[in-house]
Design a protein around this ligand. Structure first.
Ligand code: GDP
Length: 301
């Protein structure tokens, strides 16, 4: 996902390395190029400004410029700033797994726009919890708007080898959610994944429905699924969901495509919510943990 950004930043740093001794002007010139590269990768402007300011404050000091390998020091400072933007910090690599630390059945609410990969991600999460953590997972689709949605989740559940809530025609999302939690309690499921309906764009009706389901089920995790390919729109979507519904984490899908990566770098600063997982393909095992330090390494690698 970060190929173009990575290529540009490496170009900037190669030139910096070749200079040997650095002046303040050299660093400022490099930072101007870093700024352009980040903007071209679709990173939100306030995030770019903050990142560049932070790097400048740390990099133009006498100690850095007089050090044995000043370019290497500047690169390290950029690396640290990227890790921070991605949600990591000193002594904290920023990786945030799913939090299932609650009485069973733990409700996980999946929210997002239609086509973001919500249903696929629900299946991927079920597969991971079943295989890695030996959890008994129930999948339930609350999407009563798209007739095929509940069947899609049922098919997915069969592929994954977990139970899906039997489909009952004519129920409201709230009724389905209540039935799912009830079955979860009666049959001792560890986790109930509730896949809500999406729309093509954010509207009041969608937000109201999701907010109502959230209030009724009090999920332990509310995961917003966003498509990395939609760039700045993904960030705007996340901001709206955070304001109107409240999310505990973000899953960014389609990082296997040629998304420019800006959304991943902007998400934490704009929403305050951590990216928890990455969707890296259509296959059900294409789900990755999100490690800010590794992502920064990938960008600068
Ligand atoms: P929903 O409407 O949000 O539930 O979206 P779906 O789960 O139905 O996904 C829409 C399409 O995106 C499907 O064709 C999925 O296979 C595909 N998809 C989901 N996640 C990923 C991903 O991480 N990478 C790729 N390449 N495709 C994905």
């Amino acid at each position: 996902m970060f190929e173009a950004l990575s290529g540009k930043l490496n170009g900037v740093f190669d030139r910096l390395r070749r200079r040997g001794a650095l002046t303040e002007a050299d660093v400022n010139e490099a930072l101007r190029e870093v700024r352009v590269a980040l903007l071209e990768a679709d990173v939100a402007l306030p995030v770019v400004k903050d990142l560049v300011t932070r790097v400048r404050e740390r990099a133009v000091g006498v100690e850095v410029l007089r050090s044995v390998s000043p370019a290497q020091q500047v690169i390290k400072i950029v690396n640290d700033a990227l890790v921070e933007a991605l949600g990591g910090g000193e002594g904290d690599n920023g990786a945030r797994g799913l939090d299932l630390n609650a009485p069973s059945p733990v409700p996980i609410l999946m929210v997002g726009l239609q086509g973001s990969g919500k249903t696929t991600t629900s299946g991927k999460i079920a597969l991971r919890l079943k295989n890695r953590e030996k959890k008994k997972v129930l999948l339930a689709s609350l999407d009563v708007h798209r007739p095929a949605a509940q069947l899609q989740l049922e098919t997915l559940a069969k592929q994954v080898g977990v139970v899906s809530l039997p489909i009952v025609a004519g129920e409201t999302p709230l009724q389905i959610a209540a039935r799912a939690m009830d079955l979860g309690r009666r049959e001792l499921f560890d986790v109930v994944v509730l896949d809500t309906a999406g729309r093509l764009a954010i509207d009041e009706a969608l937000m109201d429905e999701v907010a109502q389901v959230k209030a009724a089920t009090r999920p332990h995790e509310t995961l917003l699924v966003v498509d990395a390919m939609t760039g700045q729109d993904a960030v705007n979507t996340a901001r709206a969901f955070q304001e109107k519904v409240g999310v505990s984490g973000i899953v960014m899908t389609r990082i296997d495509g040629d998304a420019r990566g800006g959304a991943a770098l902007s998400m934490r600063a704009v929403t305050g919510a951590p990216i928890k997982l990455l969707g890296a393909g259509e296959k059900l095992d294409a789900l990755e943990d999100f490690h800010p330090d590794r992502i920064a390494g990938r960008i600068l690698g």
